[in-house]
Design a protein around this ligand. Sequence first.
Ligand SMILES: Nc1nc2c(ncn2[C@@H]2O[C@H](COP(=O)(O)OP(=O)(O)O)[C@@H](O)[C@H]2O)c(=O)[nH]1
Ligand SMILES: [Mg+2]
Length: 351
Amino acid sequence: MVDDGASSRATDLVSRVLSGEQRAMARLMTRVDDRATGHLQELQELHPHTGKAYLLGITGTPGAGKSTLVDALVSLLRKRDLRVGVLAVDPSSPFSGGAILGDRIRMQRHALDPEVFIRSISTRGQLGGLSRSAQDFARVLDAGGCDVVIVESVGVGQDELQIAEVVHSTVVVLAPGGGDDIQAIKAGILEIADVLAVNKADREGADATLRDLEGMLSLGEGPVRAGVGHGLAAAPGSVQRAPGEQGDADPGWRVPVLKLAAQRGEGVEALWQACEAHRAHLHGSSAGQQRGVRRRQAEFRRAFRELLHEDACERLGDKLTQAVTRAGDGTDPYALALALIEGLRGTTQPT
Ligand SMILES: Nc1nc2c(ncn2[C@@H]2O[C@H](COP(=O)(O)OP(=O)(O)O)[C@@H](O)[C@H]2O)c(=O)[nH]1
Ligand SMILES: [Mg+2]
């Protein structure tokens, strides 16, 4: 955990990242993943060069069309000559740490573009792994000159809630039919939406899903407002967040509800405009400032928790391994953990 002796190499790698070299960015991300010696110093060296990129989260039910949307967004952003990073979270393969094949194939037309960087993230069982990787990787992409960093995550479990802490704006994508949208709503992912999108508008059922969604939103905390004019066809509406609602209560922002046909690229432009509007809103509002503060506090907490844990493991060394063995005998795990911590206290305090 402690950085030692890697400083000249670190500086070289960092300066290559700062000059936007893709291979250097990939290398640094791998070093971060591996917790390689010196990686903390490298991240620290990057820090002053970050804060410029717009971090956009795309989440929603599996199969809703998130990757298709990301692909279309990348095309749109490239037309505007923006440099784009894509981080894809793959909770389905916690052991592989590898790329998501389908998404890779889908995005292959961008893969050769030197202005597009695509990387998958897996948690690898690290403490706070997903959000930490997303945050650190986004930082590398930011420092490497990406104007926009898109983080795609599946709206299942706690993952997307963690990701929402990392990004500036969150788009929740739902698709008609199958009841997945209802599940998503139950799982609370609507609460993290800054922009809502119903994809596959080319299919039957999109309008019904939209109506369901509106019904639920009006039953929930936020009153449904009149249409705002986003997306395809008639805009279904927007939602005002209620004060005290879970997540970032932001009474100044109406969550637009958009219709999309990502596969045909329809509605993508309107969706990007809604994201830009949210970005501008965050920039100019106290709610945006508060959100920034909360994001940095969450990041600090994660950093502190992880480094504390690593430090403790390092100092315990063999004692930890022995304790794990003893725990297998049926020893009370809490008593064992407390005893170890008590032992650590002894090592930090002068006798
Ligand atoms: N009909 C239709 N299918 C779509 C649309 N967008 C994506 N799909 C399809 O939906 C499936 C899942 O898409 P994908 O982007 O992988 O979803 P993800 O799991 O949310 O990332 C794929 O077969 C896509 O081709 C759309 O606008 N209309
Ligand atoms: Mg996907």
